[in-house]
Design a protein around this ligand. Structure first.
Ligand SMILES: [Zn+2]
Length: 115
């Protein structure tokens, strides 16, 4: 898999975990249940490290798409972007081929990830 794509997939997972842990309601809930909230700092540290390995323009685009749609990476099935359900006009016949290069959906701009 393309290195940058791989890093973006991890970044998206981290961002989702961080925003979940940052949610006041969930924090209160977990505290009431007796859980300690200490994972957040570690996640933010891991995110900082990861960002260093992603080119700035790609990271900026990731943020733009994320703030617009919530998720910046869309899975692809049978050459359909599952973010916007538009058929991708390429002849990609395998997951390996699709994930070799970092690609954007021409319609929604999300980064594409073949599953
Ligand atoms: Zn799309």
């Amino acid at each position: 898999m393309n290195d940058i794509l791989q890093n973006l997939v991890i970044l998206q997972d981290l961002d989702e975990m961080i925003s979940e842990l940052n949610n006041d309601e969930i924090i209160t809930q977990q505290e009431e249940m007796g859980f300690e909230i200490n994972g957040l700092e570690k996640l933010i540290e891991a995110r900082e490290e990861l960002i260093k390995r992603i080119p700035l323009e790609i990271f900026n685009h990731y943020n733009r798409v994320r703030s617009r749609y919530g998720r910046a990476i869309a899975p692809v099935r049978e050459n359909i972007c599952l973010g916007c359900f538009i058929k991708i006009p390429t002849q990609i016949s395998s997951r390996e081929m699709g994930n070799q290069v970092l690609r954007n959906c021409e319609n929604c701009g999300r980064y594409l990830y073949w599953v």
